[in-house]
Design a protein around this ligand. Structure first.
Ligand code: DAH
Length: 335
């Protein structure tokens, strides 16, 4: 028996020495120390031996086991230190650490402002289903509004979410009414890319449902957010806008901060800049999500965070955000 075990140990140590990567280490460990290994079998049969034999054999097993464990550990450490991505903790810290993206910074700011007003920050999946992205927002499959959102379909009624509005639905399902939530996140549309269109962009969805919520509440909240973001009192106006999940729906414009309404190239001469679609939540949306529209009303808005970051940081080409070109990024103080 002793001979056999010593032979086994020799074999194990040889295999450990030859191992090429950590997955082999795992296999060797299970082969020699696992439940069905020879050593385990000998250990569990010890009860059949005399006390004397039990003692010597047990000791041999334990010593061999420990030796194998130590060899496995040492080899694993050696393999880790040899891999190219190992971390050298003696390296000096690089002072040029990069920074948050302007989109993240603006998004965090909007969230902080909304949190002060009692909104909870929530999130939803980027791979959504058709129901949350469309149907539960009053956009059935036959609705032409689906064409407005060129969708990346993934099959089996799954898609890359085209907007953050499905977070409204998920929040209503989870929390019911009354409700105040904000959901920042990445959205995707099958767009041709140019200076003002990207296939990947960021929105922030806001939603407030309570008793007696009306349009002045919406205007107040929007004006407060935007004034704080732009560090000055902004003027807003509402124009009619169509979105199936709000009624009435609006496009919210702010008075151009560059020309203060006189007309310039940024506002294309109109004095106003379109910033944020919004509206009063459609009763169908409340109903679909089990909230009684006779008892509750609410408003919702979808701020384009990418757009907001472009305005706040005077970035005139949307493609900059997704580029890996450091020179371009540094130009805008992005890295
Ligand atoms: N989800 C819309 C879009 O991406 C934007 C939007 C419009 C969001 C009106 C809203 C809203 O919450 O009330 O086109």
């Amino acid at each position: 028996m002793d001979e056999e075990l010593l032979e086994l140990k020799k074999q194990a140590l040889q295999e450990i020495a030859n191992a090429q990567d950590s997955s082999e280490i795992v296999q060797i460990k299970s082969k020699y120390l696992g439940k069905r290994s020879q050593i385990s079998r000998v250990m569990s049969s010890l009860k059949n031996y005399s006390i004397e034999e039990r003692r010597t054999l047990g000791q041999i097993c334990n010593t061999i086991k420990n030796e194998i464990v130590e060899a496995l550990k040492a080899k694993n450490n050696q393999l880790i230190s040899e891999t190219s991505y190992s971390i050298d903790i003696t390296m000096p810290v690089d002072e040029d650490r990069g920074s948050l993206s302007p989109i993240t910074i603006v998004g965090n700011e909007v969230c902080e402002i909304l949190e002060k007003m009692g909104f909870a920050i929530v999130s939803g999946p980027e791979i959504e289903d058709e129901y949350h992205n469309f149907d539960a927002l009053n956009i059935p499959s036959t609705h032409p509004a689906r064409d407005m959102q060129d969708t990346y379909w993934l099959g089996s009624h799954k898609l890359l979410r085209t907007h953050t509005s499905p977070c409204q639905v998920r929040a209503m399902e989870k929390y019911g009414a009354p409700l105040r939530i904000a959901a920042p996140g990445r959205c995707f549309r099958n767009e041709d890319i140019d200076a003002s269109h990207e296939n990947t962009f960021f929105q922030l969805e806001g939603m407030c449902i309570d008793k007696n919520i009306s349009i002045p509440n919406l205007i107040y909240v929007m004006k407060s957010i935007l004034s704080e973001i732009f560090d000055q009192e902004v003027q807003v106006r509402l124009r009619p806008g169509y979105f199936p999940f709000v009624e009435p729906g609006f496009e919210l414009d702010i008075k151009c901060l560059i020309c203060e309404g006189a007309g310039c190239s940024t506002c294309k001469g109109s004095g106003w800049i379109e910033l944020c679609p919004c509206g009063m939540i459609h009763p169908n949306v409340l109903r679909i999500n089990n909230i009684d529209p006779n008892e509750y009303s609410g408003f919702a808005f979808g701020i384009g965070l990418t757009r907001l970051a472009m305005m706040k940081y005077h970035i005139n080409d949307i493609r900059v955000f997704n580029t890996c070109n450091l020179e371009e990024l540094e130009q805008f103080g992005i890295v």
